[in-house]
Design a protein around this ligand. Sequence first.
Ligand code: NAD
Length: 484
Amino acid sequence: MDYPFFHVSHYINGQFIDRGPRFDIYYPATNYVIGSAPEAGAEEVDAAVQAAVRAFGEWSRRPSAERRVLLKRFAQLIRDHEAELAAIETWDVGRPIAENKAGYIARIAANIEFFADFAVTHGSEAYPMDNGYINYVLRQPVGVAALITPWNIPMLQATWKMGPALAFGNTVVLKPAELTPIGTWRLAQLAHAAGIPPGVINVIHGFGPDSAGALLTKHPDVKLISFTGETTTGTIIMAAAAPTLKRVSFELGGKGANIIFADVDLERAVSISLRSSFFNQGEFCLAGPRILVQRPVYEAFLSHFRQAAAQLKIGNPFDPDVRVGALISREHFTRVSNYIDLAGTDGASVILGGAPPVLPEPFAQGNFLQPTIIIDVKPDDRVCQEEIFGPVVTVAPFDEEEEAVAIANGVSYGLSAVVQTRDVGRAVRLGSALEAGTIWVNDFFVRDLRVPFGGMKQSGIGREGGHYSLEFYTEVKTICLSNQ
Ligand code: NAD
């Protein structure tokens, strides 16, 4: 197998800089070292933030239409490099190339394009008063935004945050997850080639606690933090942001329910459930790993779903037929496997998977885990309560709608849910009753960028998307204009 080697660097003030101790990057499918990245310390973090502070004046004053030209050029370069970026995301994450080719890179470009247009086409409010005065609302960029992303969908997250931050006139310091720094570094190269001015985008690498992440969240010149990652990390970042009252937006963990009613077309329900269970080998905050099936179709669904999941090809992520890739690291593989062991001790039964597949070298060295289905669970079991973040789902029967809602809402998370039914009234009732920021009815992972995205409960704070991003990434002022 031919491995590339990615010599990743920081991107600070328009320059690619190699400073700080280097750490290895592993290909999840074989655990082979495919690159290295430098760890930013206090000096590099400060240099990146100061570059963003200096660039802010000019970038924030630039007309949004001019920012749009540069951002669109950046997005076009992403589109032009689709095949390369799809491959990079697979090297970084271990996700099947087929998933990266199914619109993933186009969506990364769209994250930039959408907000570049949105910033130009959205105005402000004005309120003429009875006395002839006019009140109007002015939205202005806030300053330096710290963008901190997780390892599961790195380029999607990077552009989802960069797009609005930059389009609305802020400058950014982005820290990708230490496990997947390659794609974001490559995006910085494309932004550079697009002519985005030095300091507007800065990318630094490193770890979270006592490293680049923590240093960034404490930096006094950072005004905003958009963070996606684990709920516990969110609580730490919130505390770090408190002394300087930084504005925060958090997209955190999830434990979505996928509720299937007896009136569905079973084949379609199985197909939706395969995606909501095993997309990105289940390392997906929006996944629906708690499958609840109405009793009359429970056995039939389980048998079809089990059969279909067993047929998903697992292995070499660059094989176009592969549908399940490798987990991100050995450590994460162990964590996910421990949940499967735990299910057994809680009295549940594993009816599919539960172990690594038998694969040829070099993939036998990778972090593969078979799609795993667990039944005979109780709603309070840890496997039903905690985010496992792997190709592991539970399937349980229910009788009444209210019972399904109660089970679905009975977790600390509230990011997303899937409802499958042909009954419109029921879909409306569940849309209202479920505690989740996004609810899909009869599909999964389709979303217009204008709608709010984020989580309830322990799944986050705030919303991004459309004008919700505008609100987060801008400071708002009221101007009261006299007619005298
Ligand atoms: P993580 O919280 O461990 O790390 C995320 C990022 O935060 C990384 O860049 C990491 O270096 C950084 N970080 C860690 N500790 C930090 C600290 N003390 N200060 C500053 N930065 C710190 O999460 P992860 O393991 O990379 O990602 C998986 C998690 O992300 C899952 O819980 C998943 O549900 C969540 N996620 C949520 C969404 C969403 O939209 N809600 C999307 C994707 C992933």
